[in-house]
Write a protein that binds this ligand. Structure first.
Ligand code: FAD
Length: 478
């Protein structure tokens, strides 16, 4: 390959788009020849449990679309498969570039990988430039009065909003500089099979990959934004954006979303912006406290002795707990790779506070199944639900799956969609089928224990045990 003194390489990671892209824009401004690369990182892929993981197919299709788009602009993607920490410096040397540009990632493993890459590149005299792209404010940009990271969301949010100016929402231009994109010297894209995966059911799901999928999801959600605060808690209404996976893989720009909602009138937009700020809050927490990936944020709760009931854990995973709202939630996750936020809170609370199973086991299960899985958000929210996190739900606030069900799926519409064996029940019975007399069960064709499980735990007894578990370690810690 030709060595070029004025060439740079842009390494795409969780920023899979060809517009408003910090690293690409900076590279195009500084260099006349800019190559683009994506590496299917075997260190990440080999650790995945499922060979039909929907996310791999999502990324694969997104990369294909990104390559096509970049080619239409005069460039294209070099696509590699291997250990990114070795592939990337090798490619940079082969291309003879003077600098590599990428967008910053705040996960501990990514930070370590980037440090290795930076060191390797430095040995060849190649610069490694990292830029802020996936958040509006990163790392130390929002700090408390005493210059410490916030651990209370509302204070963080207020400081975030106070700091925001038009400059933070500016677009990083790409199209105007596209003549500097260099066509890739190779055009081979590994197939899914070559990556060690097979097709999933992604094509049958509503969530579509790529920048085009992100655009479609946004266009569908935008007219519903104004009503977000009224609909967002009801799974049957589907009032949320489904943009999580696109935010995860950067098929849209956080700046354009934040700009839109910041200037949009109305409560719906304000509430939705708060959700985007939650996302940044947890990214900031993970960056400053990487230990949370394995430990409770509130360390005294690491002493809780959780139950190791594999049978109960499996029933939860499979959606066979006998609590219809929990089962509907878990089946939605298993069948679609998505779970509504209200249901994530209910299902997580149930695992920890009704089944007394370690929050990390649930966190790992969600990590395996969620299309929008994001370490910072998943960990932060699991610790919130488990009461072990920063600014978490107090340990004595324990979701009652029955009242949650009656409140947030009052007509049982969502339950019937994902637990069809209960479709014959009257609305008043659907939340607690265990209250039906045997004769009533017969009449509606659902025998508990045969057609649908009896509850695997008694909520009131489980609740008392949770309070005791938490109180015990609090007393020990005192
Ligand atoms: C136990 C549990 C696990 C979770 N795991 C994840 C995860 O792995 N990845 C993830 O992105 N979100 C996670 N969330 C947060 C939230 O449930 C999802 O972001 C949301 O359901 C995604 O759907 P949506 O895109 O339609 O969200 P919308 O309601 O439209 O929100 C827009 C965006 O804001 C962000 N957001 C919303 N709520 C939160 C929140 N509480 N914390 C952080 N960011 C938020 C997301 O990026 C989301 O896409 C979890 C929540 C719980 C309770």
């Amino acid at each position: 390959m030709n060595a070029t003194a004025d060439a740079a390489l842009v390494w795409f990671r969780r920023d899979l788009r060809a517009f408003d892209h910090a690293a690409l824009s900076r590279a195009l401004q500084a260099y006349t020849q800019v190559y683009c690369v994506f590496v299917f990182d075997s260190e990440i892929l080999d650790a995945l449990e499922d060979r039909n993981d929907r996310r791999v197919e999502f990324i694969w299709l997104t990369i294909k679309e990104l390559d096509t788009t970049l080619r239409q602009m005069g460039g294209g993607l070099i696509v590699r498969h291997g250990r990114a920490s070795a592939e990337l410096p090798r490619l940079a040397r082969d291309l003879g570039v003077r600098a590599v540009f990428a967008n910053r990632d705040y996960e501990p493993q990514a930070i370590r990988r980037d440090a290795t890459v930076a060191e390797d590149l430095a040995q060849s005299g190649i610069e490694f430039n990292l830029h802020k792209d996936q958040v509006i404010f990163e790392r130390d940009e929002i700090m408390s009065g005493s210059n410490r990271p916030y651990s209370v969301y509302t204070a963080y949010k207020n400081a975030w909003l106070k700091r925001l100016t038009d400059d933070d929402l500016q677009v990083h231009p790409i199209a105007e500089l596209a003549s500097r994109l260099a066509p890739p010297p190779e055009s081979k894209m590994p197939s899914l099979q070559e990556l060690g995966f097979i097709s999933s059911d992604l094509a049958s799901l509503e969530i579509k990959p790529g920048m085009s999928g992100a655009r479609d999801a946004w266009e569908k959600f935008a007219p519903r934004l104004a009503n977000y605060e009224n609909t967002r808690d009801f799974p049957a209404l589907d009032g949320t954006s489904h943009l999580g996976v696109h935010l995860r893989f950067g098929t849209l720009s956080i700046r354009s979303l934040a700009r839109h909602v910041y200037y949009a009138a109305g409560k719906g937009a304000q509430v939705w912006l708060s959700e985007l700020i939650w996302r940044e809050f947890f990214q900031m927490i993970l960056y400053h406290h990487p230990r949370v990936t394995q430990n409770a944020f509130r360390t005294e709760f690491d002493a809780i002795v959780w139950d190791e009931r594999e049978d109960l854990f499996q029933a939860w995973c499979d959606g066979r707990t006998g609590y219809p709202i929990v089962d509907a939630a878990m089946r939605q996750l298993n069948q679609t790779g998505f779970m509504h936020n209200r249901l994530r809170m209910i299902a997580a609370s149930f695992l920890v506070k009704d089944l007394h199973i370690h929050w990390l086991k649930g966190e790992r299960y969600f990590a395996r199944k969620l299309l929008d899985y994001d370490l910072a958000a998943n960990n932060g929210n699991w610790q919130w639900a488990a009461s072990t996190g920063c600014d978490a739900q107090p340990y004595f606030r324990i979701f009652n799956p029955l009242t949650q069900s009656e409140r947030f799926d009052p007509d049982g519409v969502f339950i019937k969609r994902f637990v069809p064996e209960l479709a014959g029940l009257e609305t008043r019975d659907i939340h607690a089928p265990w209250n039906l007399l045997p004769i009533e069960q017969q009449a509606c064709g659902v025998l508990l224990g045969r057609d649908y499980p009896a509850p695997i735990v008694d909520h009131e007894a489980a609740r008392a045990k949770t309070l005791a578990l938490f109180k015990a370690v609090r007393a020990d810690a005192a």
